[in-house]
Design a protein around this ligand. Structure first.
Ligand code: NI
Length: 403
């Protein structure tokens, strides 16, 4: 480690930020190392080993190999409270197009969603909380989670018991936000991210010569009726005050222009913000597809593959983050988001078990050209965000443990 862990007055946000800024060179070094060595979900072997090595250097107890490549760090203080902080550690199958010395060294893989930043913020928070020693007012669980982008690694960690024994009272996670300037935060009360389910529809008809359609069941005509009817699920079945999306992105069928098709396959996605609406939409998609296909003499085979749950923040936990962030960067630099996001995030799974909040960390710096969205080949983060990310998570943990 480049410098000893700083001592700081943990009751003052400004003092915590100063301590985080003191370790900024270390944070940048950690982040750049992770950034240069991105690994995909459940293959984060090097990343996991780095995390373990850094926790060893910090003399922080940890359990390895959770859910495959996950790591659980444990800080035990003097109080009975238990709080969890989570970072996802996986990267994306994307070619890094940035021209910077710390660009990805792995062809076709890139930390384009900022999970290297999340991991570094959690390691930094761990370092500062560990430096409190006996003064730490409770237990902090550090969740380094694999596979956010793929299989929902959160479920693997939960199944391994990371929220139990001792039971976690609250959990906090952050995500980089390139639309928000560095030094700013964004919070969202209630529903923050949608659920996501993949629907595959196979329409079965009966083939024949295109010149003699009588006696055939044209799967393409049936599919056309099914597609139109499915548009009414959101417009006619979902309460107008709720949100839902039904989109079909692929359609495939038929073999030749003069042959009536006997099979058409459609694949789509269903996004919802409310678990009950999700259930309703999926049920109506199935009923509508099956019923319409039958009405035209065909048959619809409906396969629903469940994806992530909707992410619903706990309002008290969001208020806690908002207070801590406002104290740190001023009220005007903490945006309260008025609309949810129809994208997904597997932090949702923790929040269906324990209260907590998932919020956004500003990483944008227009002057430095850091403006690209996540999952973009030019995505980057202003590294000054690391000190803010570390500080807010330290403050969130302490707020829970001190209440
Ligand atoms: Ni992400």
């Amino acid at each position: 480690m480049s410098s000893p862990s700083p001592r700081f007055d943990s009751s003052s946000g400004t003092a915590v930020l100063a301590a985080a800024q003191e370790i900024l060179p270390w944070l940048i070094e950690v982040r750049r190392d992770l950034h240069q060595h991105p690994e995909l979900g459940l293959e984060e072997f090097r990343t996991s080993a780095r995390i373990q090595a850094l926790l060893d250097e910090l003399e922080i107890e940890h359990v390895d190999g959770i859910g495959g490549t996950g790591v659980l760090g444990l800080l035990r203080g003097h109080g009975t409270g238990v709080v969890a902080l989570r970072a996802d550690i996986d990267a994306l199958p994307l070619q890094d197009a940035k021209d910077v010395p710390y660009k990805s060294q792995v062809p076709g893989k890139m930390h384009a969603c900022g999970h290297d930043v999340h991991t570094t913020c959690l390691l930094g928070a761990a370092r500062l909380l560990a430096a409190m020693g006996e003064e730490l007012p409770g237990t902090v669980k550090l969740l380094f989670q694999p596979a956010e982008e793929t299989v929902g690694g959160a479920q693997l960690l939960i199944a391994a018991g990371v929220l139990d024994d001792p039971p976690v009272e609250a959990i906090f996670g952050l995500h980089v936000e390139p639309d928000l300037d560095v030094g700013r935060f964004e919070v969202r009360y209630g529903q923050r991210n949608a659920s996501s389910d993949t629907v595959t529809l196979v329409i079965h008809g009966r083939s024949g010569h295109g010149a003699y359609p009588a006696g055939t069941v044209d799967a393409i005509v049936v599919a056309a009726q099914v597609i139109s009817a499915l548009q009414t699920v959101v417009s006619r079945n979902v309460d107008a005050r709720e949100c839902a999306v039904v989109s079909f992105g692929t359609i495939q069928g038929g073999v030749q222009g003069n042959i009536v098709a006997n099979r058409v396959e459609l694949v789509g996605t269903v996004r919802c913000l409310n678990p009950e609406i999700r259930e309703l939409v999926l049920r109506r998609v199935r009923e509508t597809a099956e019923g319409v296909a039958r009405a035209f003499g065909g048959e619809a085979e409906v396969n629903i593959e469940s994806g992530y749950d909707p992410l619903i923040n706990d309002d008290d936990s969001v208020a806690l983050v908002q207070r801590n962030a406002s104290g740190l960067v001023g009220e005007k630099n903490v945006v309260v988001k008025s609309t949810p996001n129809m994208g997904v995030e597997d932090f949702a799974y923790y929040l269906s078990q324990v209260p907590g909040a998932f919020f956004s960390l500003g990483v944008r710096n227009e002057a430095a050209g850091i403006v690209h969205s996540v999952h973009h080949e030019l995505f980057d983060a202003d590294e000054n965000c690391l000190a803010f990310g570390v500080t807010i998570q330290v403050l969130n943990a302490l707020s829970v443990l001190r209440r």
